[in-house]
Design a binder for this molecule. Structure first.
Ligand code: URA
Length: 245
């Protein structure tokens, strides 16, 4: 709950002093009732009108970095009753995921209620770098690695250039750990890319999104981004903003 004049001023409608004048003059209603008390407290659900104009309340922006566990759906609600990423976050704000990680994929997921930034970050043209680590069946040949790097056709369209690095090979179990860096965010992209070159993905984790990583977090834990990090994300996409309009 916040004081009425503060909510009006935060909405950008007018200054706090002007809001107080308007309240005293009886020009302000809360849920249809005229309010002249300056100290009146209101909350987010209340409809505030000044001279018949509904003011748009400012909602605080939240930016959260979650280490998504396996078997959690990247959605705000699941009809089948499965755990969603929101089950891990304690907030009353209506945040939603920036992009998607599969049910069985773990790792870094951003959530926010800042629609502008979310849209810019998800847009393929902004080319945000995402680093995944995949455990795959088999051992990749040099040729397969080059195919992944240069782009493979999935769903009828070639993927853009990727960075690929084999981190570890286990000859005994015939599996490999491969780091792959992509800029797009197509549906099941990493799994489909590996499938295309004949290697099934057994495990998948997103380790990095732009300059953000999972340092200091365990699976299921989250933290708020710092103001500096939010500014840095905006700086990354700013030059694309006008171009995407
Ligand atoms: N690519 C995939 O295949 N799955 C994910 O969850 C993310 C990227």
């Amino acid at each position: 709950m916040e004081r009425l004049q503060k909510v009006i001023a935060n909405s950008g409608y007018c200054s706090r002093r002007k809001a107080e004048e308007e309240i005293k003059k009886g020009h302000v209603t809360v849920n249809g009732k005229i309010v002249v008390e300056l100290g009146t407290k209101v909350d987010v659900q209340d409809v505030i009108e000044i001279n018949g104009t509904v003011i748009k309340k400012e909602e605080n922006k939240e930016y959260i970095l979650l280490y998504k566990p396996r078997e959690v759906i990247t959605s705000v609600h699941d009809d089948k009753g499965r755990k969603t990423v929101l089950d891990y976050i304690d907030t009353d704000t209506r945040i939603y995921p920036v992009g998607r990680l599969d049910y069985d994929t773990t790792g870094l997921l951003l959530l926010t209620n800042d629609g502008e930034l979310a849209n810019l970050l998800m847009h393929p043209k902004t080319e945000i770098e995402k680093v995944y680590v995949a455990k795959v069946k088999g051992i990749l040949t040099g040729q397969e690695i080059n195919r992944l790097k240069n782009g493979v056709v999935i769903d009828g369209r070639k993927t853009s250039r990727a960075k690929v690095k084999v981190r570890k090979v286990d000859k005994k179990t015939q599996t490999s750990i491969v780091e792959i860096t992509i800029h797009e965010g197509r549906n099941h992209q990493v799994k489909k890319m590996f499938e295309r070159v004949g290697h099934e993905v057994l495990k998948l984790k997103r380790e990095r999104f732009a300059f953000l990583d999972l340092k200091g977090l365990r699976s299921g834990e989250y933290r708020y981004l710092t103001v500096k990090e939010v500014k840095k994300l905006y700086a990354l996409v700013k030059h694309k903003k006008d171009y995407l309009k």
